[in-house]
Design a protein around this ligand. Structure first.
Ligand SMILES: Nc1ncnc2c1ncn2[C@@H]1O[C@H](COP(=O)(O)OP(=O)(O)O)[C@@H](O)[C@H]1O
Ligand SMILES: [Mg+2]
Length: 266
C-alpha cells in the first residue's frame, strides 16, 4: 500500500463524546441513554445486531440526525451545530457506498475538493490519483460505479472519504456484503489508514472479526442501549449470554426455527 502523504490537516484529529443520547422516531425509541467516549486517534468499533441503532448513532456523530435528548461532541463542538461541519473535516463512508452512478470514479472523488475549492484542477488531479493509488484503484479511474465489483466499490467509497483529508473518519458496515478475503482487505485498509494519518476512526459493524482485529476499544449495542464497552480482549469470552450469543452464535439444527424451515419446504 502506498503511503498517505502529509496534508495540511495531518495530525489534527478529534475525540468524540456521546453523552446520554436518546433518539426516538415518532415516539419509538431507537437510541436509549447512549454514552461513549472515543479518544483522539483511536479506532473505536461499535458492534450490534441489525436494527440495533448503529447507523442512527453514526448519523448523530456526523450531524445528520438531531438528538431527541442528550448530545454528541466532536472535540468540544456540538455535532448537531451546522458550523461544526465547516470546522471539522468529517467523512462518513456509507454502507451502500453512496457513489454517484452517473459519474466516473475520478469525478466521484473530485466532487468534494471541487465544491470546496480546496485547490485548482491540477492539484485536485494530483490528490485524486494519489488517493486511488493508496487503495490500488488506479485502473478504476475512468470507470463508472456500475462497472465495479462490490469490493472495488467499497474501496472507491473509502477513497472518496480520504480525498477530503478527514479529521474524523466514520465507517458504516465497511465489510458488509463482501467475501471473507475482501473483508480482510478492507479491514487492513482501515487499520493502515489510521496508522498513517492517526485519524480518529469510528466503525459500526456486525463483523466480529473486524472488531477483534482492529479495535483499540469497542462497544456492543443492543436494542439501542450500550450493553458493554471494553478492549477486544475483554470480549473473547463474554459472561453476558446475550453478548456471547451475538459474538459466537451457535447453530443448533434441532432448534424449532429450523424445524419450521424444513416444514416450510414440504
Ligand atoms: N429515519 C427513520 N425513521 C424511522 N425509523 C428509523 C429511521 N432510521 C432508522 N429507523 C429505525 O431505527 C432502528 C435502528 O436502525 P439502524 O440504526 O439503521 O440499525 P442498524 O443497527 O442495523 O444500523 C430500526 O428499527 C430502524 O427501522
Ligand atoms: Mg446500519
Amino acid at each position: 500500500m502506498a503511503t498517505y502523504s502529509s496534508s495540511p490537516f495531518a495530525g489534527k484529529t478529534f475525540g468524540v463524546t456521546i453523552d446520554k443520547l436518546n433518539k426516538s422516531f415518532d415516539g419509538v425509541p431507537v437510541l436509549r441513554d447512549v454514552s461513549l467516549e472515543v479518544r483522539p486517534g483511536e479506532i473505536f468499533v461499535i458492534m450490534g445486531p441489525s436494527g440495533s441503532g448503529k447507523s442512527v448513532l453514526l448519523k448523530h456523530v456526523a450531524g445528520l440526525e438531531l438528538p431527541t435528548s442528550g448530545r454528541v461532541l466532536i472535540g468540544d463542538l456540538d455535532a448537531s451545530d451546522p458550523q461544526t461541519r465547516e470546522r471539522v473535516h468529517l467523512a462518513l463512508v456509507f454502507q451502500a457506498g453512496a457513489l454517484f452512478n452517473s459519474m466516473t470514479v475520478y469525478d466521484n472523488l473530485a466532487l468534494y475538493p471541487r465544491e470546496h475549492r480546496l485547490c485548482n484542477e491540477a492539484g485536485i488531479r494530483e490528490r485524486v490519483l494519489r488517493t486511488l493509488q493508496i487503495l490500488s484503484l488506479e485502473k478504476a479511474v475512468d470507470k463508472f460505479p456500475g462497472e465495479l465489483s462490490g469490493g472495488m466499490k467499497k474501496r472507491v467509497a473509502i477513497a472518496r472519504a480520504l480525498v477530503m483529508e478527514p479529521e474524523l473518519l466514520l465507517y458504516d458496515e465497511p465489510t458488509s456484503e463482501l467475501d471473507p478475503v475482501m473483508s480482510a482487505t478492507i479491514t487492513e485498509i482501515i487499520a493502515t489508514l489510521r496508522e498513517q494519518t492517526a485519524v480518529t476512526t469510528i466503525v459500526v459493524s456486525h463483523d466480529r472479526d473486524l472488531a477483534l482485529a482492529i479495535a483499540d476499544r469497542m462497544a456492543v449495542i443492543m436494542d439501542g442501549r450500550i450493553r458493554a464497552t471494553g478492549k477486544p480482549g475483554e470480549f473473547k469470552n463474554p459472561a453476558d449470554p446475550a453478548i456471547a450469543n451475538f459474538l459466537n452464535p451457535t447453530i443448533d439444527l434441532k432448534h424449532p426455527r429450523f424445524q419450521q424451515l424444513e416444514n416450510d419446504h414440504e
